[in-house]
Design a binder for this molecule. Sequence first.
Ligand SMILES: *Cc1c(COP(=O)(O)O)cnc(C)c1O
Length: 221
Amino acid sequence: MNIGENIRDLKAELPSDVKLVAVSKFHPANMIMEAYEVGQRLFGESRVQELLQKQPLLPQDIKWHFIGHLQTNKVRQIIGKVALIESVDSVKLLELIDKESQKCGMVTEVLMQIHVAKEENKFGFYPDELLEFFNNNKFEQYRSVKIRGVMGMASNTDDNNRVREDFRRIHSAYLSIKKEIGNELPDFNILSMGMSGDWPIAVEEGSNLVRIGSSIFGSRI
Ligand SMILES: *Cc1c(COP(=O)(O)O)cnc(C)c1O
């Protein structure tokens, strides 16, 4: 695996308005440094403990995205440590991130996770559920979080039609929400979709942030 080359190849293929999160979960700090050395600054981790272990070993100008299921008892540990929590999958979690951020006197940026995939074990709000949350202006009470957009995953399948359909549903939910609350939340502008196996379809379907791991770092043991 030539990590630097993989990053450069991906950057050459991605449209300039699509940001790349290099998903470094399960990979050690020295591999992250290889990506850093070719200019990558955005990295994604899915476990709190692992993130907190690696972070001090690496340059301070890295921006970390948390992309995994965040357990409520771990929220406090990552406030102030991450640039964006992409995986807010319940109102309870949003509430807690808000509360803990307020205690630290900071505002935490987040994405709301949408569930459209056929797998039941994926986390997130169903599109209707999330629309209802925004239609009722429930987000307005949370002053210490800034909701920047949505994140979603397509079904894990070889059926590209299904994958495309999943991304369309996520994009469409994103647009409906934006229409509803765009005036109140002018920075609601991130649509995070696409991983190693499906990012080209995600980009065709409107993604502006892709989360790519194995195509950069190789498979996870
Ligand atoms: C692991 C992970 C990725 C990256 O997956 P790859 O297939 O290795 O690119 C992207 N998003 C989420 C939420 C993940 O957990």
